[in-house]
Design a protein around this ligand. Structure first.
Ligand code: ZN
Length: 612
């Protein structure tokens, strides 16, 4: 008989164990639902076959994902063959269709074989992602690693997602990102079982999607003549034109690339606000109150929005027709956020519409706008999702809500029995600082620490049990005002996105301590993939709280497990001989706190400083 014991017991044992190798025994992110660890391991060598229940291009591709990793890191690949179901007691890696619900998988590892059971390609793919995370982290290296035994610990896993919608957003308008980076972004999502890529494609600062019927949108609308430097109120501009767009051919390529990784791309076409780039190309879509419209060169909210006239709807319907051709997703994001009403208040046409339709005000006009677009989109077999503000003046009948203004909109929508994706700021906003702003490059606001993201519960307690099922998922938002490069995006998104991915997938009760242990191990995988994530995890986070006019109370915390913080107050670098932080203490105006984390007597991370 094989002796199994629970992962909880194992982790308890590991807490008291300081040897790093054992501390890292198992660390899958997101945490699987049921996980039992057994004795022994299955060793993957070049003669291990992969048996496929279905020899189709889809499943051969899934096997190929395993081979891609093995080829790079281990220097060999595995042969695939059709599974002979009369004889499954053969050494190998078995992919078997067991008729499980979508995305669900079961993974059994014994010294003799590995069996991944699934009901569809997504389930098989997620089983593979978990298998890769059970292998030594070197499997994620991009070069041959010698001296590693490619062993998978014996275990028994049953796993299924908590939410159907597990999203990650990327704003490609405030800054444009090349296709190669988007593919990498999707790869990282898939590694974390994130299955919705919310692609923000239109904005005041640039239109990024080729629309054949309206060529000016990309010929002209992709460009802004320059970009504000620093914060949006700096008044200083770089004088450098910024542009970029995705051709329809590229979009099709990315949609396919994502689909092969079980990621659905949800395009966002903003309306009625955040429309300045479109209006600058086709001023007839505006309320016509200005002589000249130009793509925005700084961040924020602009009063130049789509007018509520027929030309606008014709334009948006034409755009949507091309969007439907490009994106198989049923769900389409129509924005709906931050639409100032100033233009509509002054516009004779919009005012006449309010009177004609018997509406109370401009908020109801916005609701009418969204509902009219929803009717069109529904008639084409698609559904809409929009930011909270689509609740203003009444929610369109079939709309889903992406709740970003805290939780309130999401709660309201769920109470009205509309489906909701929780993407609240600041909890799920990856453009907020993740460490002390004093030691970080410019970001939107914050900080929103890793722990805050991890511990956020996306199903608000205030909802009644029958309302909770309307929360269909979570999403991490990446607005790129202060992320002009791929490196900045990765730095801001990771590792915090690991926490959101776990909230989206995992059905297991939250355990911060356990998460940090798994994450530290997981970071080595991100290292292998050269993800330039933020390393605040290894650094003390110092906070000052007001005491009196002359003093501040200092608190410190550290995410990395089994670490202690040592500090000085004279500006010198802390050593193991420096005082250890135990409890909050008071400092005065002359003192600077310098803190560093240590583990097993050795420093980890970087020193952190904070003065008055
Ligand atoms: Zn108007």
């Amino acid at each position: 008989m094989k002796r199994f014991f629970s992962i909880a017991l194992l982790l308890t044992a590991l807490v008291s164990c300081s040897a790093p190798a054992e501390r890292e025994a198992v660390s899958v992110i997101p945490q699987p639902e049921h996980f039992q660890l057994g004795d022994g391991a299955f060793r993957i060598t070049s003669d291990v076959p992969v048996y496929l229940d279905e020899m189709t291009p889809e499943f051969e591709r899934i096997a190929e994902f395993l081979n891609e990793r093995l080829s790079a890191a281990a220097g060999f690949t595995l042969k695939t063959a059709e599974a002979d179901l009369r004889n499954t007691n053969v050494r190998g890696i078995w992919f078997l269709n067991a008729g499980l619900p979508t995305e669900r998988y079961e993974l059994q590892v014994t010294p003799e074989k590995i069996v991944i059971e699934y009901g569809d390609g997504a389930g098989a793919f997620y089983g593979l992602q978990t298998l890769l995370q059970l292998l030594p982290t070197e499997i994620f290296a991009d070069h041959r690693v010698h001296g590693v035994r490619w062993e998978v610990p014996c275990c028994d896993i049953e796993d299924a997602p908590r939410f159907a919608y597990r999203g990650m957003h990327l704003d490609c308008c405030l800054h444009f990102f090349e296709m190669d980076f988007l593919k990498r972004y999707i790869d990282l999502m898939a590694l974390h079982k994130v299955n919705r890529f919310h692609w923000h494609l239109t904005e005041d600062q640039g239109w990024r999607l080729e629309i054949k019927k309206y060529p000016l949108l990309t010929e002209k609308g992709q460009w802004r003549k320059e970009t504000v430097i620093g914060s949006l109120k700096s008044g200083v501009y770089d004088g450098i034109p910024h542009g970029g767009y995705y051709s329809q051919e590229e979009v099709r390529e990315l949609v396919q690339y994502a689909a092969e990784r079980y990621v659905t791309i949800i395009p966002e076409i903003e309306m009625p606000g955040h429309a300045l780039a479109a209006i600058s190309c086709y001023p007839e879509l505006s309320c016509g109150l200005e002589d000249h419209y130009e793509t925005a060169t700084k961040w924020g909210v602009f009063k130049q929005v789509f007018c509520t006239k027929d030309e606008t709807f014709k334009f948006l319907e034409d755009v949507m027709d091309e969007v439907f051709e490009l994106f198989p997703s049923t769900l389409v994001h129509i924005g709906g956020d931050e639409c100032p009403k100033a233009s509509w208040k002054q516009c004779p046409h919009c005012q006449a519409m309010i009177r004609k339709l018997g509406l109370k005000d401009e908020f109801e006009l916005q609701s009418w706008f969204i509902t009219r677009m929803e009717k069109y989109i529904n008639s084409k077999g698609h559904e809409i999702i929009g930011w909270d503000e689509i609740l203003q003046g009444g929610l369109a009948p079939n709309a889903k809500v992406m709740s970003w203004l805290g939780e309130e909109g999401g709660i309201k929508a769920a109470q009205q029995h509309h489906e909701v994706v929780m993407a609240p700021y600041p909890k799920y906003y990856l453009d907020y600082w993740q460490a002390d702003p004093d030691s970080e490059p410019l970001a939107m606001d914050g900080p929103t620490l890793l722990r805050t993201m991890y511990e956020y519960n996306p199903v608000p307690e205030i909802l009644k049990p029958e309302e909770r099922r309307y929360i269909i998922g979570v999403e991490g938002c990446v607005w790129t005002e202060y992320m002009p490069t791929p490196a900045r995006v990765e730095y801001m998104a990771w590792p915090r996105m690991c926490a959101i991915a776990e909230s989206g997938w995992s059905n297991v009760a939250k355990d911060w301590e356990g998460f940090t242990r798994r994450l530290e191990h997981h970071l080595k995988r991100l290292d292998g993939l050269h993800v330039g994530y933020c390393k605040a995890f290894f650094n003390p986070f110092i906070e000052f709280h007001d005491d009196t006019k002359y003093d501040k109370v200092v608190t410190m915390s550290i995410d990395a497990p089994d670490a202690e913080i040592r500090y000085t107050l004279d500006g010198s670098e802390p050593t193991m001989a420096s005082p250890r932080y135990e409890l909050p203490f008071v400092i005065n105006r002359q003192q600077t706190v310098t803190a560093r984390a240590f583990r097993d007597g050795r420093p980890i991370g970087e020193p952190r400083y904070k003065s008055f």
